[in-house]
Design a binder for this molecule. Structure first.
Ligand code: UDP
Length: 195
């Protein structure tokens, strides 16, 4: 596996095509696989936040989000492939999900945002199945309930849009409990898709 280490954060040296291939393999294997897309801010934040660092480094696929990370990799002499943004990869996955009639769950954003995003996604990607939605404003005591709601829906792909570090820590902490094939952190993407 071709990885690069930038300030203690592991990143996979793959382009969109290879990333999509890996995710297709994840979709066919048992257990939840975690996908993260660290940007320069997350790499900096992880220097002071061990939980975030461990969560990011425990992911099954870690793609650089942002040109800053790609430039750093060039300076280190092991250039990463083209910048892959979390948002663009999410679009690829939505297309794949629509083609294969897979189900998705949208977690995150303020109340109502995930529902609006789901409506727009269904319009833009006919055939996709939205298994459920939930806002991203709950504390640790509410986590078990949210995991229960996700597992009831049992989606193929779970998009977690709660921003860093909450989304990465949520996925890492619950990876053994989550009933999905792929969980991916997508930051503020639902805000964009809900508009
Ligand atoms: N968010 C959330 N729960 C929280 C905090 C934030 O669901 O406890 C959502 C927020 O509504 C926004 C997203 O997470 O939709 C964070 O977006 P941001 O662009 O700040 O994240 P980034 O992409 O920079 O990680």
């Amino acid at each position: 596996n071709d990885e690069i280490d930038i300030m203690g954060i592991l990143l996979d040296r793959v382009d969109y095509y290879k990333a999509s291939q890996r995710i297709m393999e994840f979709l066919e294997s048992p257990g939840a696989k975690i996908v993260v897309t660290p940007n320069a801010e997350i790499i900096m934040a992880a220097q002071k936040n061990k939980k975030l660092k461990d969560a990011v480094n425990s992911a099954d696929l870690s793609l650089p989000d942002g040109i800053g990370v790609v430039l750093a990799s060039r300076l280190l002499g092991r250039p990463l492939e083209q910048r892959t943004t979390g948002f663009d990869l999410m679009m690829e996955l939505l297309k794949m999900a629509a083609d294969r009639k897979l189900s998705i769950f949208l977690l995150g954003g303020k109340p109502g945002v995930a529902e609006d995003a789901a409506k727009n996604i269904k319009k833009k990607f006919p055939g996709i199945r939205v298994a459920g939605t939930h806002h991203g404003y709950f504390d640790e005591s509410g986590e078990e309930k949210v995991v229960g709601i996700i597992n009831e829906a049992s989606p193929d792909i779970l998009f977690v849009a709660m921003g860093a570090p909450k989304q990465e820590i949520f996925m890492a902490k619950n990876r053994d409990k989550l009933r999905c094939r792929v969980a991916m952190g997508v930051g503020g993407s639902l805000d964009v898709l809900s508009g």
